[in-house]
Design a protein around this ligand. Structure first.
Ligand SMILES: C=C(O[C@@H]1C=C(C(=O)O)C=C[C@H]1O)C(=O)O
Length: 340
């Protein structure tokens, strides 16, 4: 059975870890992956591989994999996707927007998942695409037997090097052909500032926070607002605590992030059958640094069923047709990158 984790940095450096993985509650001294689900339900999220190999090319990756013969002949997956139905998502959209207008919520991110049936080929072949994703994206993958997930995300949850923690607010998405007016789009700015403000506030207890300017960023064919934020950590802060403090940011979660908000978020994720990996933190502690991303722009599979999720922030000014199109654009960017 294949048991592996893969992590790639935006500059192309990548590592593949092979199982069996030892599991720990706290970060170990050496190298380990951090893999959890969206609700952080795994009490032992630190996965220490039996073997870790730096990989540069798909040849390196195949050579590093114990089962490389089986994969060498495998073809890229062909998937028959089903058109997602609007009803459930429309209902969720209306209820969230109503709650926002009634001041019960400020923002919530529902997730729509397109499902498909694997017709031929092997989804594990897509591990190559993770490795070869465009610069500027972080790649992540976890495969266990006949299930797995992988993706190429533009969103950093945190990177800790020495006493500096870097993170970003990435939220607010341009409509197609409206990139010029995006920088002044009041609704998208509001959506973005909710995320940036939350992160800034959450990090204050850990040290001096610096916040960069709001910028327009173009990862993988989409246009988003991005604000870089960093903090000088006062004490050697516990990584698990930092993850729990930041995740889920309102870029993939809700605001306020109180019990009632979190319950609503969990309820929508259940109703809409959001895969557990989606939006969760995924990281690697290596070479005295910890890199951890938000697992979006990815897909998952369980035997022959494929899942392609995407989410969008709903605020008072959101309109269903725009959000529906934004969800599609996000899925299309993933489908294009992975050739599915
Ligand atoms: C939830 C996703 O993306 C997140 C939501 C965004 C938004 O609502 O504008 C933008 C970037 C991401 O933080 C996704 O890609 O599925």
């Amino acid at each position: 059975m294949m048991d592996l984790a893969l992590f790639r940095l935006p500059d192309g450096r990548a590592w593949v870890g092979e199982g069996p993985f030892a599991e720990a509650a706290a970060p170990p001294g050496g190298t380990a992956f951090y893999v959890n689900d969206f609700t952080l339900s795994d009490a032992r999220p630190w996965k220490i591989p039996a073997r870790l190999t730096p990989v540069k090319s798909r040849e390196d990756l195949w050579a590093a994999l114990a089962q490389n013969e089986a994969l060498n002949d495998a073809a890229a997956p062909k998937v028959r996707w089903q058109k997602p139905a609007t009803e459930w998502f429309k209902m969720a959209f209306r209820r969230i927007r109503k709650d926002v207008l009634a001041h019960k919520l400020r923002k919530l991110v529902p997730v729509l998942t397109e499902e498909g049936e694997l017709q031929s080929g092997d989804p594990r072949v897509l591990l190559c695409r993770v490795l070869e994703a465009p610069d500027g994206l972080w790649g992540y993958a976890r495969v266990q037997g006949n299930q797995g997930f992988l993706g190429a995300t533009p969103e950093l949850l945190m990177q800790i090097e020495g006493s500096t923690l870097r993170t970003m607010a990435l939220a607010g998405t341009a409509k197609p052909n409206r990139e010029e007016s995006f920088a002044a789009d009041v609704k998208e700015i509001e959506e973005h500032e909710l995320v940036a403000g939350f992160i800034e506030e959450a990090l204050k207890e850990f040290g001096q926070v610096s916040r960069g300017a709001r910028e327009v960023s173009h990862p993988a064919g989409l246009t988003h607002f991005r604000t870089d934020i960093s903090v000088q950590l006062q004490n050697s802060a516990d990584i698990n605590d930092l993850i729990a403090r930041l995740h889920p940011t309102p870029a993939v979660g809700c605001l306020p992030r109180d019990e009632s908000g979190r319950e609503k978020l969990a309820e929508y994720r259940r109703q809409l059958k959001t895969p557990a990996f989606f939006g969760a933190p995924f990281g690697l502690k290596v070479d005295d640094a910890f890199h951890c991303v938000v697992s979006i722009r990815g897909l998952a599979w369980n035997e022959a069923t494929m899942f392609l999720p995407s989410g969008c922030g709903i605020v008072g000014g959101s309109a269903f047709d725009h959000e529906w199109r934004e969800l599609r654009l996000k899925r299309e960017s993933v489908a294009k990158l992975f050739g599915v």
